[in-house]
Write a protein that binds this ligand. Structure first.
Ligand code: RB5
Length: 151
């Protein structure tokens, strides 16, 4: 599975911790803004790197961090093929993938602690979309909404 990550200054420290965690799980992860800490960077610039890569299907799953996770998710959901949400609990991180085929998870570096963030990411990475009729039906409706509004 191909995974990518990015963050602004608000998620910088947590990003480093999560990259190590993901590597320890045996997955490779690409940091799409692997730069020095920049207190003046802007979340639209850093978040769009992952959103664009997921939209183009260059990666299977993406992780975006900012201070709250809000800006990251707002940016990501402006891209076609991207289904992003803030998940600050483990249930949403797995259910979001299983039911909604969420392909980007957003976290707030100023909101959650490292231990919970690691568990959330493990759930997100290991979860798979459940191809039951009701989930497929809902995803098709989502695709229709996207077609009508994001062309
Ligand atoms: C940056 O200071 C902060 O505003 C940003 O990371 C984020 O929280 C936006 O949603």
């Amino acid at each position: 599975m191909k995974i990518c990550i990015s963050s602004d200054h608000g998620g910088f420290e947590l990003k480093k911790i999560l990259i190590k965690h993901i590597n320890s799980l045996g997955f490779e992860i690409k940091d799409l803004n692997d730069t020095a800490y920049d207190p003046n960077d802007d979340y639209p610039d850093t978040s769009r790197l992952v959103a664009d890569a997921i939209s183009k299907k260059s990666y299977d799953k993406g992780i975006i961090l900012c201070g709250s996770g809000v800006g990251a998710s707002v940016v990501a959901n402006k891209y076609k093929n991207v289904r992003a949400a803030i998940c600050h609990d483990t249930y949403s991180a797995s259910q979001g993938v299983e039911h909604d085929d969420m392909n980007v998870v957003c976290l707030g570096g100023r909101i959650i602690g490292d231990a919970l963030a690691k568990e959330i990411i493990s759930e997100f990475i290991n979860a798979k979309f459940v191809d039951e009729e009701r989930f497929i039906r809902r995803k098709e409706k989502l695709n229709q909404i996207e077609k009508e509004n994001l062309s």
